[in-house]
Write a protein that binds this ligand. Structure first.
Ligand SMILES: Cc1cc2nc3c(=O)[nH]c(=O)nc-3n(C[C@H](O)[C@H](O)[C@H](O)COP(=O)(O)OP(=O)(O)OC[C@H]3O[C@@H](n4cnc5c(N)ncnc54)[C@H](O)[C@@H]3O)c2cc1C
Length: 830
């Protein structure tokens, strides 16, 4: 053995041991073993052993290491440690981590992922979806609600209350439905497929609000009083956090309460005087009980030593004297009940605090805990329902609508757009199902809920835009027959609420993910905060050396997986999906490496470098979404027919992850680090591509052709063909048109001319005359024509009907009348 071989053997040994995450002891033993071989072959001399001992001994003797390495590093760490406010700390501490932590750590265990149980509906939940949900949807007229009434009809509210729609999260012992998160998601998806307004109204009481807060933190008295009332719909709740001065920065609400004594129902009691000014509060105009967040102060120290007690949540009956409630905002033509609420110096008992005196100042923590659940259910499910409905409607429409003598869905340009809608629909269902599945397993997945909320609402906005483009003027002209436009108008609502998306992407996903998912950072931060120096050094030492080993391992894993393209890494299935698992192995190692590099080089500054944080968050998100797609494919029995959808979604995500990494390197604040690491992660350049035209063609075909894959895409939507359900009607027309096409071809052949595919009743007459079709077949052509016209036609209105103030169009001197006069004189002149 010569020196070169020995050095090479040591490097390879370090690389292999690091790749497999060996312990420090194993590292030391393996290198010592190689040096013994070196000594026996006269390659390693005294100097080599000396270097080895100088490095290995301090690292392996704990007391020495802690005194001379860990202690100074801890001192330095305390200086550069990012400062955290209490609200930030509580936000980070909220919830649990789940599968995303595995993806973050560079070595995901795919068997573990596939072993998470597939969410299923209980018989009771299925019955609810097939019964009350269908019945409710048959009652709702979305145009009437959104345009004519600007509210749901009273009988719809009654039905919602009576059937427990507002009580899906409330426990059965209080009269609620106590549905799984998966069942709630299915209900909301189905409601959205007919009415976004309806799903918003149902979603809110089942999300973050009085019901959820009471169940987790309420006193027995509060639970026994309110929960049965909420379950029966005797009380309608809202939750008021946002104020004009504090939207995204909700921890900075100026609304306050002062602990004081006052008179209540004829007696002097300890209570609080509340002053607040809230806006954008969903259900506020019709709420009977307000969940209110405010900062509580105790200047007279009536409750204890502290004057500033922190954010607190209370339940205030809406009829409390002095509460100003009832006016409405007008959210983007999806006019669900939403409005401002004010209160000025209103005295209420301390018992109104959710959870009573022990929960004083715990409001922010309570909200963050509940948000880590609710954020994964309501908005992602509503958005998923919207994307899936857009996919089904667009698929059918593109097959029915013809231009240039062809269904528009056969044009390559349209196929590209359709593939995006279809791919997103498959992925949205997969991600939402996986996320709500985590909740049903008992998790409070704060990072996942932020990922799911952000990406589902963003994808919904893109999908609905795409669907509008494919529908052309049909999507633009509003009226009872337009099944897209309200979703298009309302998309920004979901983007803005429960953490506006720019903030969610730039601050929350990675900000929370980095600290919660990293196996050592939280332990380091916690150790550095310990007052006992001895305990701090011991705890920090454990975390620090674990962290160093983790970072070395990630470097070697990234280097090898990038160099090899991950092709030798593990994938649980050896089919067309194998490459996606392997690409994810590679990106998982890369994000683990880049996280440490970003935190190590930027320290607390990383919090302010939002765009670095956003890109790291994008990579984590893409890993999560792709794993959800692969899990769905597996959970549904690896249906080969679905492969184009799987391929499209995985390739789109992986290309996005690659782009985020590339942008991260190009913009990395330390340029040298950026350039070097770019070479490590992309030794062969950016090799991943988005889905091919061929895959996009296959996805577009699935969307336009009734088949099992298409039916899976539309699962849990309201597709029943009944009057008033445009989506259900379009589905039926698709079948009718497809059934008519061969008959049409028969008539054309017999007539020896290529007729246009319209006026099919005339084609039917011709076919009968030529004797090539039967009467039943002629009826099928006429049915297809009737449906076809229904699908392509749009609504129109009497001139005065659309003006909000009708009187303006009727006044002889009004602008409208003037315009009409001018138009008349112009046409005369012409
Ligand atoms: C229809 C509707 C219903 C609502 N329902 C409720 C309800 O029931 N209860 C309730 O309490 N609230 C409710 N809200 C309020 C909602 O949660 C807030 O609108 C939201 O938090 C954003 O606050 P803002 O609108 O004041 O925007 P701002 O906070 O002013 O933000 C404006 C933009 O700046 C971005 N931004 C802000 N800070 C950062 C940052 N640090 N980094 C990057 N980007 C940043 C945001 O992402 C956003 O894009 C509702 C809002 C709407 C519109």
């Amino acid at each position: 053995m010569n020196v070169f071989v020995l050095v090479l053997a040591i490097i390879v040994a370090i690389g292999v041991l690091a790749y497999y995450r060996a312990s420090l002891t194993l590292f030391t033993a393996a290198i010592a073993g190689l040096l013994v071989v070196g000594s026996l072959t006269d390659t390693a001399g005294m100097a080599t052993w000396l270097i080895f001992l100088v490095i290995a001994l301090p690292l392996n003797i704990a007391s020495f290491r802690q005194q001379y390495i860990t202690k100074p590093v801890l001192g330095l760490f305390r200086k550069i440690m990012p400062e955290m406010s209490t609200t930030e700390k509580e936000a980070i501490d909220a919830g649990t981590t789940w599968w995303e932590a595995d993806l973050f750590c560079g070595n995901p265990d795919w068997h573990k992922m596939h072993n998470f149980p597939k969410p299923r509906l209980s018989a009771e939940e299925q019955t609810f979806l097939d019964g009350p949900v269908e019945e409710l949807l048959a009652m709702v007229d979305d145009w009437h609600s959104t345009h004519e009434r600007a509210d749901l009809a009273p009988e719809v509210y009654d039905y919602l209350k009576n059937k427990g729609f507002f009580a899906m999260i409330i426990a059965k012992k209080y009269g609620g439905l106590e549905f799984s998160a998966f069942a709630q998601s299915c209900v909301l998806q189905k409601l959205t497929s007919k009415s976004m307004m309806l799903s918003s109204i149902v979603g809110v009481p089942n999300s973050l609000g009085p019901g959820e807060l009471l169940q987790h933190y309420g006193t027995d008295e509060q639970k026994n009083y309110y929960l049965p009332r909420l379950a029966k719909g005797l009380d309608v709740p809202c939750f008021a956090l946002t104020s004009p001065e504090a939207g995204s920065d909700a921890g900075a609400i100026p609304d306050f309460g002062i602990v004081c004594k006052g008179e209540w129902q004829g007696k002097e009691i300890l209570g609080m005087r509340l002053t607040w000014d809230k806006r954008y509060i969903t259900l506020a105009p019709i709420a009977t009980v307000i969940g209110l967040a405010f900062k509580l102060f105790d200047p007279e120290k009536l409750l204890g030593d502290k004057e500033e007690l922190g954010i607190t949540c209370a339940l205030i009956p809406a009829n409390t004297p002095g509460v100003k409630i009832g006016r409405r905002h007008f959210p983007l033509n999806v006019p669900f009940q939403n409005g401002p609420i004010q209160g000025n110096d209103i005295f209420v008992p301390l018992d109104y605090i959710i959870g009573g005196a022990p929960m004083v100042g715990q409001g922010w923590k309570m909200l963050m805990e509940c948000l880590s659940i609710g954020r994964a259910i309501t908005l992602p499910s509503n958005s998923t329902g919207g994307i899936k409905a857009a996919a089904m409607a667009t698929g059918a429409y593109a097959r029915i609508r013809r231009q240039f003598k062809l269904p528009i869905g056969k044009m390559e340009g349209v196929e590209e757009v359709m593939a995006r809608i279809g791919g997103y629909a498959y992925m949205a269902d997969a991600s939402t199902t996986m996320s709500v599945g985590a909740i049903d397993l008992g998790e409070k997945p704060s990072v996942i809920s932020a990922i799911t909320k952000y990406h589902m609402t963003e994808r919904m906005r893109i999908a609905i835009n795409d669907a509008m483009d494919v529908h052309g003027g049909k999507g633009i002209c509003m009226g009872p027959n337009n099944y897209l436009a309200r979703g298009y108008q309302g998309a920004p609502v979901a983007i803005t609420v429960e953490g506006a998306n720019i903030l969610t992407r730039n601050m929350i996903i990675y900000g929370q993910g980095a600290i919660r998912c990293h196996p050592y950072v939280l332990a380091e931060l916690q150790a550095a905060q310990l007052d006992d120096q001895g305990a701090a050094v011991t705890a920090f030492d454990k975390a620090l050396f674990g962290h160093i080993g983790f970072a070395i391992s990630n470097f070697f894993r990234t280097f090898w997986l990038s160099l090899s393209g991950g092709i030798f890494s593990h994938a649980p299935y050896n089919d067309v999906t194998a490459k996606y698992y392997k690409q994810m192995n590679r990106f998982s190692a890369a994000i683990a490496l880049m996280s440490d590099v970003a935190m190590g080089t930027l320290g607390g500054e990383l919090k302010r470098r939002e765009r670095i944080s956003a890109r790291l968050g994008d990579i984590l998100s893409m890993l999560y979404l792709t794993s959800a797609v692969l899990k769905r494919y597996n959970d549904e029995g690896r249906q080969v027919q679905d492969l184009p959808l799987v391929q499209w979604a995985c390739e789109d995500n992986m290309a996005k992850a690659q782009l985020a990494l590339n942008e991260l390197f190009d913009n990395f604040p330390n340029r040298l680090v950026g350039i070097v690491l770019k070479r490590v992660v992309f030794p062969w350049g950016r090799t991943l591509r988005k889905a091919s035209d061929q895959v996009e063609h296959q996805v577009a075909r699935i969307m336009q052709t009734p088949c099992e894959a298409r039916s899976r895409l539309g699962l849990h939507l309201y597709l029943t063909n009944e009057p008033g359900n445009q989506l259900g009607r379009v589905e039926q027309v698709l079948l009718d048109v497809l059934a008519a096409e061969p008959l049409f071809d028969k008539v054309c052949k017999a007539a020896n001319k290529r007729l246009p595919f319209y006026r099919l009743h005339e084609v039917a007459d011709l076919g009968l005359k030529l004797g090539v079709i039967s009467k039943e077949e002629a009826a099928k052509l006429c049915l297809a024509e009737e449906g076809r016209l229904f699908v392509i036609n749009v609504d129109d209105f009497e001139p005065g009907h659309l003006a909000a103030d009708n009187s303006l169009t009727q006044q002889p001197n009004g602008a409208d009348a003037l315009n009409q006069e001018q138009a008349k004189s112009k046409s005369k002149a012409a």
